[in-house]
Design a protein around this ligand. Sequence first.
Ligand code: ATP
Length: 259
Amino acid sequence: MSFLTLDNVSHHYFSKNDYTKALDHISFSVKEGEFVALVGPSGCGKSTILSIVAGIIQQTSGKVLLNKEPIKQSELAIGYMLQQDYLFPWKTILDNVLLGPKIHNTDTEEIRNKALELLEEVGLPNVADAYPDSLSGGMRQRVALVRTLITDPKVLLLDEPFSALDYQTKLKLEDLVFKLLKTYHKTAILVTHDIGEAISMSDRILVMDANPGTIAKTFDVPIEIRNEMPFTARRHNKFQNLFDKVWEELNKNDANTPI
Ligand SMILES: Nc1ncnc2c1ncn2[C@@H]1O[C@H](COP(=O)(O)OP(=O)(O)OP(=O)(O)O)[C@@H](O)[C@H]1O
């Protein structure tokens, strides 16, 4: 059953004398617990879709529904994880993680214990009193993940969360995020330029076209790949086949464009 629905969503960015048609009649649904990846050329509107779902911007037309109702941001329905961790350097790791609950007055003893548990679960059992500057990029991104999960969002939006990390850390974090999202049965949308990341982490891949942004094609990831952890999934014999199909779709419009 559809959990998150985008129904004919279009978006224009207006400037003084001009406008950009960023999204043109985007429609797709995500089931509860499903992991969907958005891939497409730069400027096709991937981040615009996430910003609309997060309620940061309002679509020009169309509907965005969670459980058939317009999304209520006040219910902390959406969690956002970005390329940058945006941890406050003057706050300890625990205080950074508890920022959302503090703002919403839900900073209870139980939530504090949950935060410590989650930090342990992401392999950071001893950093609660440390400051962000003393942590590596990968550790900080794990803290950002805990900060996102602590509010128990109904939908997680992941906007290139691994793209600023070194390759080894990125592969390890893909496995960690995948494991946590499955453990907590989270619904997620991942924006990425990395086809391998999309195939190895998601259930479904939506390939977008640009100018204006549309959904060009949808690929279901075979169950044999989905049953593996992302690192192992990359070695599956069906992986390369799907990679080639997504690659072909992404390049179908610019076969003659020089690199
Ligand atoms: N605040 C804004 N004002 C005007 N135009 C914008 C704004 N934000 C995005 N755009 C334009 O809307 C289109 C979609 O942008 P968006 O950032 O959503 O694409 P994207 O697929 O996420 O790109 P990338 O992969 O490079 O991050 C682009 O043409 C972009 O220039």
